[in-house]
Design a protein around this ligand. Sequence first.
Ligand code: HEC
Length: 249
Amino acid sequence: MKHETIETNAGWLIVLTLIVISVAGLVEILPLYFIDDTVEKVEVGGIETVRPYTPLELAGRDIYQREGCYLCHSQMIRPFRDEKLRYGHYSLAAESKYDHPFQWGSKRTGPDLARVGGKYSNEWHAQHLTNPRSVVKESIMPNYPWLAKTDLDYSDIADKMRALRHVGVPYSLSKQEFDNNVRRFGKDVAQQLEISSAEDNLIAQAEAKNYDGNRDNLSELDALVAYLQVLGTMVDFSKFDDGYFSKFR
Ligand code: HEC
């Protein structure tokens, strides 16, 4: 059939357009019915190890987005040999299930950060973010000197958790939700997910770990480093058999 025949005949155009939209719609909609089987089950000893971010990590994630780090860094290791050799195990769907919005990205001016947690010390990150060229001479990453100097504004952290709760992230408000989290994630994590103690938890974590190496203030750098250090650390791959995760693909 000639293109002109379709373009000059409203009937054909409508029918064929509907067919194209239906096929495309099915491709997008059908997988949603299988999503529970596709998102990997990551449990060790009956406890889920992929958890929502703590309040401090969540604040750090917001700074990551505010500063546009995603414009140069992806957070998704693809299931190819070269990617696995460079960055580690390919990213699981489960690992970003609490991310709203997810930070997968595709632009890699810098390396993928999906498993950067634990790769460097807190001191390295603090130094690197303040002035990347002081640790990686040839780096083209911008300096972020204001992060260490700016106090973290965490006055709205509980509200942010409440908002995420609406889209299904299991931060807890009621006793029942808390108990449910204890069963799923264990007591320590469940306490971090309590919205009513968000600010106390945030301060306690920042003081205990002192991510930016400066005890005088709770800075934006504290939060950002806390976030970077948790990336990719929630799944201990040594605890799972080789073929376990491929079952979900
Ligand atoms: C203009 C692009 C660009 C932007 C924006 C950028 N980076 Fe980078 N980043 C790079 C490049 C290039 C490297 C590799 C050289 C280096 O280590 O500095 C890098 C490296 C890194 C590394 C080390 C990764 C590794 O595995 O060695 C981390 C961590 C990092 N960036 C975090 C961030 C954070 C956090 C932000 C936002 C505050 C950010 N980057 C913004 C380009 C960028």
